[in-house]
Each structure stands twice: as C-alpha cells, then as structure tokens.
Design a protein around this ligand. Structure first.
Ligand code: ZN
Length: 138
C-alpha cells in the first residue's frame, strides 16, 4: 500500500470565506501516483471546515446567512468561550460544517457524484492555517 501526506496552507484576508480546493486536492492525487484508494482532507484547526457541496455562489451566500442565524458572530459577549478570544461563533460554525471529507479514488481520479466539489470553510481568518491531505491505496 502507498501512502501520501501533504499540508495545504491558507491565509484568508477576511474572517469568513469559502475556498474551492478541489484542484489543490487533484494535484495531491497526481503527486501521490495512487490509482485506487481513499483520500482524506481535513482542516487542522478547530475554527475551519472542509466540506463537499456545490460550487455555486448563491448557495455559499445561503451558507453564510444560515450560519450567521445559528451562531451570529456578534455580540461577542453572548458566548461563554469569548473573553481572551472572540471566536466562539467560529467554533460552532466549524462543528456544523464539518472537520473533514473522505473521497474514493477510482482509476486515478476523485470519484465524485454530480456537482461535488471540495471546499475549505474559514470562520476565523486573517491568519495562516493548514489543511491535511492524506491519501492511501495503490
Ligand atoms: Zn476559540
């Protein structure tokens, strides 16, 4: 069995953003040389997500609006977590949107369903953060 590991770095300029990282993961898959196996992609921070959904800007705005209703950023004082930090909302948003995805690799390609794309979801940006890509197979 072959094994491949790489960290992707992101420095998002705003507090929240969704970034399509599908092509970055496809580059990892090519580098790995693995044709049949599994690809794990996970955020290495507890205020960021990796998830799969449609690459459609209206949907991304809907995610933003929905998450702000569930866990509004402000007022910061509404969260017990805040005080030394102001990112209580970001921890909650990350939990809803998920930590990781696993994608099957078939014939050297990410074996997606229709319209599936991989996204990095940043909820407490303006600093350097990492995503782990781990691919196993043969
Ligand atoms: Zn925190």
């Amino acid at each position: 069995m072959k094994s491949y590991r790489k960290e992707l770095y992101f420095q998002i300029k705003s507090r929240r953003e969704f970034v399509n990282i599908t092509s970055d993961v496809e580059i990892c898959l090519r580098e790995s040389g693995i044709k049949e196996g599994l690809c794990l992609v996970n955020a290495m921070h507890i205020t960021a997500s990796v998830f799969i959904n449609d690459n459609e800007s209206g949907l991304h705005q809907d995610f933003e609006n929905w998450l702000e209703k569930l866990a509004p950023e402000k007022p910061y004082s509404q969260y017990h977590h805040n005080g030394a930090e102001d990112n209580g909302d970001a921890h909650l948003k990350r939990t809803i949107m998920g930590r990781e995805v696993v994608v099957a690799i078939t014939a050297g390609r990410l074996d997606f369903g229709p319209w599936e794309q991989i996204f990095y979801g940043e909820f407490d940006g303006k600093r350097k953060k990492r995503v782990l890509v781990k691919i196993i197979g043969e």
